[in-house]
Design a binder for this molecule. Structure first.
Ligand SMILES: [Zn+2]
Ligand SMILES: [Zn+2]
Length: 263
């Protein structure tokens, strides 16, 4: 049997101001868990909502942090450098989009400028039509895919976070977005953070993962860790769901080139 490779590509550092733990602590935990490929994907700088992310000034220091552990632990684990970039038209910056990294994750955290996944602004859900919110979310996701700027689509159905579910079938709401993801040759992450949120499910749901498989969209795995104890969170659940749906390979990146490995 081929060796199985354990991948975890979406993880944060304290530089986003809402995570805990040093890069050394993250990596030591990842090694202990037997993770083979570990990626840092800090919230990229942006001139909007600056408190929840790295600043432009810190980009070099962030890179140095990651390259430092990459070298230090090179015999034990492969470490990758990435960013999680917000899809927010008018606020994306070439210093991020053209950065010398292994991969870019594109994520929709805002509808217009509403931070719909932040508990601070949960009140706005009550003033809006839930189906319209879901529609707007997947339209933004589709636009992000069409832009061709990103390698990985972050938490495909993050919009379900607080369990405000639409009346319409989620598969039909996500259909155009998934087709654009396929056309733009992006990878979908199976992200376990949703299990720690009110929805209590993986991102994406089993039904959307099934749609992605039918479209032959590759996947990768991530724990979206903002704390050392979240690294590797529910990895077995993520891989068993992916296997049930039909997947056997997961994607990893180097210098924005993709490779598939058996998980
Ligand atoms: Zn975060
Ligand atoms: Zn995110």
């Amino acid at each position: 049997m081929n060796k199985r490779t354990r991948i975890d590509l979406h993880n944060h550092t304290t530089r986003c101001n809402h995570a805990e733990g040093t890069v050394d602590e993250y990596i030591q935990k990842a090694i202990k868990l037997g993770i083979d490929i570990y990626g840092f994907s800090e919230h990229a700088p942006m001139d909007f909502d600056p408190h929840y992310r790295l600043s432009f000034k810190e980009m070099v220091a962030y890179r140095d942090d990651v390259l430092y552990v990459k070298e230090k632990y090179k015999n034990e684990i492969k470490i990758l450098l990435g960013y999680e970039v917000d899809w927010l038209p008018g606020h994306m910056d070439d210093r991020v989009l053209k950065a010398d990294v292994d991969y870019l994750i594109g994520s929709v955290h805002f509808i217009d400028k509403w931070s719909f996944d932040n508990p601070e602004f949960i009140g706005e859900w009550k003033d809006k039509d839930i189906d319209e919110i879901w529609k707007a979310y997947f339209e933004a996701t589709q636009a992000m895919a069409k832009s061709g700027k990103f390698d990985i689509i972050g938490h495909l159905d993050l919009i379900k976070i607080f369990k405000f579910m639409p009346k319409q079938d989620v598969r039909s709401l996500a259909k155009n977005a998934l087709q654009s993801i396929k056309r733009s040759n992006m990878v979908l992450e199976v992200n376990t953070a949703g299990l720690r949120k009110p929805i209590g499910e993986l991102y994406p749901s089993r039904e959307l993962l099934g749609e992605a498989y039918a479209l032959d969209i590759p996947i990768t795995f991530s724990s979206d860790a903002h704390a050392v104890e979240q690294i590797g969170f529910s990895y077995d659940l993520a891989t068993s769901l992916a296997k049930e749906v039909g997947y056997t390979k997961a994607a990893t990146f180097e210098g924005r080139d993709r490779q598939l490995v058996t998980f």
